[in-house]
Design a protein around this ligand. Structure first.
Ligand SMILES: *[C@@H]1O[C@H](CO)[C@@H](O)[C@H](O)[C@H]1NC(C)=O
Ligand SMILES: *[C@@H]1O[C@H](CO)[C@@H](O)[C@H](O)[C@H]1NC(C)=O
Ligand SMILES: *[C@@H]1O[C@H](CO)[C@@H](O)[C@H](O)[C@H]1NC(C)=O
Ligand SMILES: *[C@@H]1O[C@H](CO)[C@@H](O)[C@H](O)[C@H]1NC(C)=O
Ligand SMILES: *[C@@H]1O[C@H](CO)[C@@H](O)[C@H](O)[C@H]1NC(C)=O
Ligand SMILES: *[C@@H]1O[C@H](CO)[C@@H](O)[C@H](O)[C@H]1NC(C)=O
Ligand SMILES: *[C@@H]1O[C@H](CO)[C@@H](O)[C@H](O)[C@H]1NC(C)=O
Length: 432
């Protein structure tokens, strides 16, 4: 994901996550009593809109997954992924590009879901093997698009990492310069997720897209062993360089838009402050201060250990609770993913690092119109989207997503998200 749960990382330590705390506070029929599983199912179901899953198979996997049991979650999606891969490979199906595309996109999705909860032990071979499967499946799918997606690697020599990106062109518009989205995720989602959540919607409306991953994110973290870096312009600027040089014949440089999803909403805003060639930014949703969001979720006794500087005890307590299986799924996952993606084995180091991710002090440098999304039921960083809007003043439009579109990143309501986002872009930058 999206960092689907960027905010909720520690929710389960003390106070249970908001969604689980009060069932009447979720806007849809729950698919699991485990709120994080419910959310994962919604991601997969949401992606059916753009060919990235099928409904009954997802609900079938959900039926066999035990709430709170991460291993059963992984196992069921792995099984479904294997079955779907088999269908994709069957020559009786593979004669046709639409069959190929849909089936491999779905297999890829199921491999990604199978991977979601396996990051506790960095040596778990599934971290790499499931990823190799999702990547191979996805590449087969995008090679069957009307304009095949193109993998791009952009080295950033001075920082010793390489950006992983995918370029998508609009079918039938070769000779025209078109508006273009530059799309990045946050804490946990992969650029392959972005195809289903942004790219397919954008191509249908005549926008080119490039998705990218930087340090800490899915493929870069796995293959290059690097965790998140706060100066995200280091990642975005080379992508913009690439687009404006290599794709200049198809890119309308007056309509180049940066999109940030989940924790990527903060990363994108930060990068936008340093990248004058962008025309607008879209934050799904707005996020002002990552550390503040994380801290808010901590139970007061554990937070106290961190705040008085007893880092040894803090690390010991958090890790023991995790190993003993005493954390909620959300908290356990948040710690696993936080340590893995920030490349540390110390919860206090992870907490320390999160302090560098905030918009204070950089937001004034943003010179472009910004769409700031806000989800009514995304109550892990309450008030943060509004803070982004207030700091930006007239440069920002706050868009509140209510009711069933109110989950974090509007998950499960991709149509409404896309409608709102593209209507704003049309109003702000003109028709595609
Ligand atoms: C749950 O939320 C509903 C409406 O938001 C409220 O009426 C109800 O009292 C809450 N229940 C609990 C146990 O907090
Ligand atoms: C999926 O297939 C692989 C072999 O390709 C196998 O090793 C694995 O056990 C299978 N997983 C499940 C859950 O069926
Ligand atoms: C982590 O996974 C590796 C590889 O499967 C295994 O050898 C090791 O014992 C695991 N570590 C823990 C703490 O479970
Ligand atoms: C650069 O990254 C590569 C792997 O991605 C690593 O092997 C190498 O040691 C790094 N070099 C420096 C100077 O950090
Ligand atoms: C850290 O906390 C532990 C447990 O509460 C306590 O025993 C220890 O003395 C504390 N250490 C420091 C340096 O405060
Ligand atoms: C976290 O930050 C504090 C204060 O700057 C520092 O003393 C501590 O060593 C840091 N912890 C880790 C694990 O880096
Ligand atoms: C989209 O933009 C075009 C012109 O740029 C305008 O005519 C049209 O009304 C806009 N549509 C919406 C829904 O804003």
């Amino acid at each position: 994901m999206r960092l689907h749960y960027t905010l909720s990382i520690f929710a389960g330590l003390l106070c249970p996550p908001a969604f689980a705390a009060n069932k009447s506070d979720i806007p849809t029929l729950p698919l699991s009593t485990d709120s994080t599983f419910n959310f994962q199912f919604l991601i997969a179901l949401g992606d059916t809109l753009t060919g990235g899953a099928d409904i009954a198979p997802v609900l079938g996997a959900a039926k066999n997954i035990k709430a709170g049991d991460m291993a059963s979650f992984s196992e069921q999606f792995y099984k479904l992924a294997n079955q779907t891969k088999e269908s994709a490979e069957n020559p009786e199906n593979a004669y046709d590009p639409v069959n190929v595309r849909d089936t491999w996109f779905s297999a890829s999705q199921y491999f990604r879901r199978a991977d979601f909860y396996v990051h506790e032990n960095w040596s778990n071979p599934l971290i790499k093997s499931l990823w190799a499967e999702q990547t191979a499946a996805f590449d087969k799918a995008i090679s069957a698009l009307p304009v095949p997606g193109e993998r791009v690697r952009i080295p950033v020599q001075e920082r010793n990492f390489t950006i992983e990106a995918i370029w998508y062109g609009v079918p039938g518009r070769d000779a025209r310069k078109l508006p273009t989205l530059v799309i990045g995720n946050g804490f946990d989602a992969a650029q392959e997720d972005s195809y289903h959540y942004f790219v397919a919607f954008a191509l249908a409306r005549g926008w080119n897209c490039i998705t990218y991953e930087g340090p800490g994110q899915s493929t870069v973290r796995r293959e290059q062993d690097v965790g998140f870096i706060p100066d995200w312009e280091t990642v975005v600027t080379p992508v913009v360089d690439y687009v404006l040089s290599e794709k200049s014949h198809v890119v309308d440089r007056t309509r180049l838009v940066l999109v940030g999803n989940s924790f990527g909403g903060l990363l994108a805003a930060r990068a936008a402050a340093f990248e004058p060639r962008l025309s607008a930014a879209v934050l799904i949703d707005g996020l002002w201060d990552f550390h503040a969001g994380v801290i808010m979720q901590l139970p007061s006794d554990i937070l106290a250990l961190y705040e008085v500087g007893n880092y040894t005890q803090f690390d010991h307590t958090v890790l023991s609770l995790r190993r003993a299986g005493k954390l909620s799924t959300m908290a356990a996952w948040g710690i696993d993913q936080g340590l893995w993606s920030f490349y540390t084995h110390s919860p206090s180091d992870f907490f320390n690092q999160t302090k560098q991710y905030k918009l204070e002090g950089v937001v004034e440098k943003i010179q472009i119109p910004v769409f700031v999304g806000d989800g009514e039921y995304d109550n892990y960083f309450p008030g943060q989207a509004r803070k982004v809007k207030d700091a930006l003043g007239d440069r920002a439009t706050l868009h509140e997503f209510h009711g069933v579109a109110g989950y974090h990143c509007q998950t499960g309501a991709g149509q409404e998200m896309a409608r709102a986002m593209f209507a704003w872009l049309n109003k702000t930058l003109g028709k595609a």
